[in-house]
Write a protein that binds this ligand. Structure first.
Ligand SMILES: Cc1ncc(C[n+]2csc(CCOP(=O)(O)OP(=O)(O)O)c2C)c(N)n1
Ligand code: SF4
Ligand SMILES: [Mg+2]
Length: 351
């Protein structure tokens, strides 16, 4: 029933953004997920972020795999482009689309099964390639859609609803993304909109590979005592490294800052990330200390949330491949197929 449309009538006094859109213009079809599913809160945060960033909904390409999480692009940005790919294969589809047309804003939505189990190889490669995107994993530590099997992020020793115990080590996608070169790495909790919305806004404005691991409790299969992806566990063990806000169109200001103070990190596109440093010693522009800090807190049973790492001036896959700036579908035949002589010259250069 996910095709169910919402009523088109809008209240005339709904606030509008600079483009003339109301928040309702960023919504999609009615969600068919279980009531209370964390994934719906993430959809609401995406809607809020795009509304506040004044992005035209049709400029967003929503890419996903398979799972409850991967169904959610149907529930936001109804006027956006959508591609529901094969389980675990969203990263290669997103990469191809971005190479063909860099004019759109790419948003990848995936699950822990989709990205850490079947799609782990694809996840690793997109993180290291400098694809300009926002990649959100709605991490519930379980295969929700197929009724509660363990995923690769399930906690070792955790019990499934039917009583089976997981004996495998979990994969921490934040650690992997940091190691493989993602240039904006954050962790959030679906139940903390105040933190999640600015993190999504910052990721969308970041001109490189932005990854958000968003813990998102599955109320049907993984919200029990002992699960680190349950509402109660995250509320009790969450340690926020920073509070951030995104300011658009200001002069870049990079500040040295002390614990407890505000840090402004200028991004390449001119937007500024404002980070409230809560922890002594955490510098979000230092990849190594972000990794060490996250692992250190994890050893203490804590989940670090917030913006762990950002490279204010990331490189992009297009720069590496030296592709043309014009989307491929706007090139004519002569530009797309330069002829046998040009091909011969390329081949000769490879011999
Ligand atoms: C190639 C393939 N293998 C297995 C499946 C069955 N399948 C569908 S969704 C899913 C797991 C989804 O888990 P996750 O990505 O964590 O999403 P969630 O439902 O938890 O949001 C599986 C195993 C499939 N659709 N395709
Ligand atoms: S099964 Fe779990 S992940 Fe899927 S919609 Fe229900 S609560 Fe959400
Ligand atoms: Mg899952």
């Amino acid at each position: 029933m996910s095709y169910l449309p919402k009523p088109k009538l809008h209240h005339p006094s709904l606030p509008k953004n600079a483009l003339g859109f109301t928040r309702r213009d960023y919504e999609g079809a009615i969600s068919t997920l279980c009531a209370g599913c964390g994934h719906d809160s993430i959809s609401a945060a995406i809607i809020q972020a795009c509304f506040e960033l004044e992005i035209a909904p049709h400029r967003v390409a929503k890419m996903s795999g398979i799972g409850c999480s991967s169904k959610t692009p149907n529930y936001f940005l109804g006027a956006g482009h959508g591609f529901n790919s094969v389980h675990g294969r969203m990263p290669s589809v997103l990469t191809g689309a971005y190479l063909a047309n860099r004019d759109l804003i790419y948003l990848g939505v995936s699950g822990d099964g989709d990205s850490a189990s079947i799609g782990f190889g694809q996840f690793a490669h997109i993180m290291r390639r400098g694809v300009n995107m926002t990649y959100i994993v709605e991490n519930n530590g379980v295969y929700g859609l197929t009724k509660g099997q363990f995923s690769a992020t399930s906690d070792k020793g955790s019990k499934a609803k039917k009583g089976t115990v997981n004996t495998d080590e979990p994969i921490d996608l934040v650690g992997i993304a940091l190691q493989l070169g993602a240039t904006y790495v954050a962790r959030a909790f679906s139940g903390d909109k105040e933190q999640l919305v600015p993190l999504i806004k910052g990721a969308i404005r970041h001109p490189g590979a932005a990854f958000i691991d968003c813990i998102s409790p599955c109320v049907a299969f993984n919200n029990h005592e002992g699960s680190t992806k349950s509402y109660d566990f995250v509320r009790e063990h969450n340690e926020a490294v920073n509070r951030l806000d995104v300011i658009r169109d200001r002069e870049p200001v990079v500040a040295e800052y002390a614990p407890g103070e505000l840090c402004e990190v200028a991004q390449h596109d001119g937007s500024v990330l404002r980070l409230r440093k809560l922890q002594e010693g955490h510098d979000p522009t230092d990849r190594l200390s972000a990794m060490a800090y996250m692992h250190g807190r994890k050893a203490e049973g804590e989940i670090v949330t917030g913006l762990l790492y950002v490279d204010p001036d990331p490189s992009d896959i297009h720069a590496g491949l030296r592709t043309v700036p014009v989307p491929l579908n706007r090139l004519d035949d002569a530009a797309l197929c330069p002829g046998a002589a040009a091909l011969e010259a390329i081949n000769a250069g490879l011999r």
